[in-house]
Design a protein around this ligand. Structure first.
Ligand code: FE2
Length: 143
């Protein structure tokens, strides 16, 4: 949706309009094609997606990402008055809030399953004490 908005806003711009709007550096590299990047000019890449493979860690990361997206939309909405831009951004902002809430619910469910002594909310499946008796064929968790 954001790429579509950018495309619609830049379609048919003259070189003079591009220079006046501050898009000249972008235009030199990409014309008016869509090149996903941060507002500061850092290109989008797979590093934007974080996954640790630990449910607790990943849910906190997901929730932070949703809040960062929401606050970015807040910043855009403070600057943009065109309803053709602001209305879709408000829709995207509302989605981020719902995403944050759903991840928060998942985190709450996960935390409800933790032992009450797990004060730091680490994943209890790691670092469980294990013993591997030489007389057996494998290791067993010590509870
Ligand atoms: Fe989201």
């Amino acid at each position: 949706m954001v790429s579509t908005i950018v495309h619609q806003l830049t379609r048919g711009l003259s070189v003079e309009e591009i220079e006046k709007s501050g898009l000249a550096p972008y235009y030199v590299d990409h014309t008016v094609g869509i090149w996903p990047q941060a507002a500061g000019g850092i290109p989008f890449n797979a590093c934007e997606f974080q996954s640790k493979g630990d449910a607790m860690t990943d849910l906190y990361e997901d929730m932070a990402a949703e809040q960062k997206a929401r606050s970015t939309y807040d910043n855009i909405l403070r600057m943009v008055k065109d309803p053709d831009v602001a209305d879709p951004i408000r829709f995207l902002r509302a989605r981020e809030i719902v995403h944050f809430q759903r991840f928060g619910e998942a985190l709450r469910i996960l935390q409800d399953e933790l032992d009450s002594k797990n004060f730091y909310a680490y994943n209890p499946s790691f670092d469980k004490p294990v013993s591997c008796p030489s007389s057996s064929n494998g290791c067993v968790e010590n509870n």
